[in-house]
Write a protein that binds this ligand. Structure first.
Ligand code: G3H
Ligand code: 13P
Ligand code: ZN
Length: 325
């Protein structure tokens, strides 16, 4: 058992309190490998943004849990190096935890925050599972994110075929029954690069968000599935041999609006995947003789870093808030 505090990580409590007060959201960027981690730390350190490093169950299997634990510890040291001895606040968070056992294992490996995604269970079962995780996690001061409502698309091992928007009248009972520290809600976002059908109105339900906020004033809300699917990246991919058709994301204006409200955490994974893929496809297409991985992973890392900087400065508004009192 290693406690996250010994790794120099922080939980989400103070991050969210400050984000709530400051009218911005903390970026939650997923990572699976070194280049993604470097890009996240470089972008957030240079812009002085707090950050949540997000690891899915799949990422844990891909990268190995022991390596991940040391990578997160390394990320803190790396952030110190960039920040001239002072690291930005870094949280290591399990994304879409599917069971008590997965959450427990992550906590024992040094995660400072976990999500238990019981959103596909009946309400009462979701409460019971979430409460069990909260009771365990809080013994170690690890914060817990729960979810109510279902996003369309595939949530890691958790599948939902259509949107089931969060019911505002259920949120108070969920919070009281579980003791969670933050709540992920479904208001029309979804995972992946195909969030809206062409010809339909690509809007999320900020009206439901408002209703939820009124039920639980000051409580940190989380938005999953918040990639914007930048069309310039889709174009580069398609011009270089890719085949992404009708890929549509959430507008940055709507996300900016949400970030000013009680939304304290915004999850972005797909946009990073698009940025890396676009950069790698371009190198492969333009320099077919290239076979040194650093020659395509390097540009991919640079493109990722630029994307993350843009997010924290222009969309989430978290830049410059790392060392707020
Ligand atoms: O919400 C899902 C995240 O984008 C993680 O995806 O399960 O393929 O690692 P993954
Ligand atoms: P995107 O697929 O929109 O990037 O969402 C990521 C996410 O919600 C991770 O939990
Ligand atoms: Zn998600």
């Amino acid at each position: 058992m290693v406690n996250y505090k010994d790794l120099g990580l922080v939980n989400t409590r103070e991050m969210f309190a400050k984000a709530m007060k400051g009218g911005y959201a903390i970026p939650a960027f997923n990572f699976n490998n070194m280049e993604q981690l470097q890009a996240i730390i470089q972008a957030c350190s240079e812009t002085e943004s707090p950050v949540i490093l997000q690891v899915s169950k799949g990422a844990r299997q891909y990268a190995n849990q022991t390596l991940l634990r040391y990578m997160a510890q390394g990320a803190v040291e790396y952030a110190k190096e960039i920040g001239g001895g002072r690291a930005i606040p870094i949280c290591l968070h399990l994304d879409h935890g599917d069971s008590f056992e997965t959450c427990k294992s992550c906590i024992e490996y040094g995660f400072s925050s976990v999500m238990i995604d019981g959103s596909h269970y009946p309400f009462q079962e979701n409460i019971e599972l979430t409460k069990r995780v909260v009771d365990f996690a809080h013994q170690y001061d690890v914060t817990v994110e729960g979810e109510l409502g279902q996003l369309a698309g595939v949530e890691d091992d958790v599948k939902a075929d259509k949107h089931v928007f969060t019911q505002p009248e259920e949120v108070q009972a969920f919070l009281a029954g579980t003791g969670v520290d933050s709540l992920a809600i479904a208001i029309g976002t979804s995972h992946g690069a195909y969030k809206f059908k062409p010809g339909t109105d690509p809007k999320i339900r900020l009206d439901i968000l408002k209703e939820i906020e009124e039920k639980i004033p000051g409580f940190p809300i989380v938005l999953h599935g918040s990639s914007s699917v930048p069309q310039d990246l889709v174009k580069i991919i398609n011009e270089n041999g890719g085949k992404l058709k009708n890929a549509i994301g959430i507008s940055e204006e709507q996300l900016r609006e949400a970030a000013k409200s009680a939304v304290c955490k915004i999850n972005i994974d797909s946009d990073g995947r698009l940025a890396m893929t676009a950069a790698i496809r371009k190198v492969f297409n333009e320099k077919p003789a290239e076979f040194d991985p650093r020659k395509y992973l390097g540009p991919a890392r640079d493109a990722l870093k630029e994307l993350y900087k843009h997010k924290v400065i222009n969309v989430l508004g978290s830049a410059g808030h790392a060392f707020d009192k």
